[in-house]
Design a protein around this ligand. Structure first.
Ligand code: ADP
Length: 191
């Protein structure tokens, strides 16, 4: 299996690049944000639990998120690999993911981290709000909160994988195709 984490702040382009990467490499896309949004639209118990956190720009509690990821991994045993997008978002999630993958005899191969300056992130969230219908994109206070949560909790995920030499930083500014090409180059050199 080849498992990768696409890492970066909210609005860094993880969703856009993930779509292209799964099509090219046949990986299973595991976006915790997408799963939560789908649970919300189906009005499930999990969705109801997640919604208040998401609307406030806060993280859904680790136990809820990790349990959900565990289920998805177990339900997709035959895949070529996973592309984790928006997960892990805390050090505890990263440690839990490492254990889960170990239980399946596999591991994270690489963490591709997209660098995008904060002012650009805000512009992208404002742009996305117009078409995504995502309530968490439209509100300036929630945007700031998500960026603060990224800085205070999520950057620790990169530190965690840096200790295993698994992190590659890439420029997240430029055309979608140029960024995609640089991601592919890193993957191809490791596969
Ligand atoms: P973005 O694409 O802007 O980074 P996501 O779609 O990944 O945002 O996530 C939207 C919201 O869903 C987050 O602000 C958070 O509330 C919740 N969420 C997504 N993934 C996680 C996670 N791994 N742990 C906790 N909460 C999460």
């Amino acid at each position: 299996m080849f498992n990768l984490i696409l890492f970066g702040p909210p609005g860094s382009g993880k969703g856009t690049q993930s779509e292209k990467l799964i099509a090219k490499y046949g990986l299973k896309h595991l976006s915790t944000g997408d799963i939560f949004r789908s649970e919300i639209s189906n009005q499930t118990e999990l969705g109801l639990k997640a919604k208040s956190y998401m609307d406030a720009g806060q993280l859904v509690p680790d136990a809820v998120t990790i349990g959900m990821v565990d289920k998805v991994i177990n339900a997709n045993k035959g895949v070529n690999g996973f592309l984790f997008d928006g997960f892990p978002r805390t050090k505890a999630q990263a440690e839990a993911l490492d254990e889960l993958l170990k239980g399946h005899g596999t591991e994270i191969n690489v963490v591709l981290a997209l660098d995008v300056p904060e002012n650009e992130l805000i512009q992208r969230m404002i742009g996305r709000a117009k078409t995504s219908g995502r309530s968490d994109d439209a509100d300036p206070e929630v945007q700031q909160k998500r960026i603060a949560v990224y800085r205070n909790e999520t950057l620790a995920v990169a530190d965690h994988y840096r200790t295993f030499n698994k992190v590659v930083q890439l420029n997240g500014l430029g055309s979608i195709d140029d960024i995609f090409a640089s991601l592919c180059q890193e993957i191809d050199s490791r596969k």
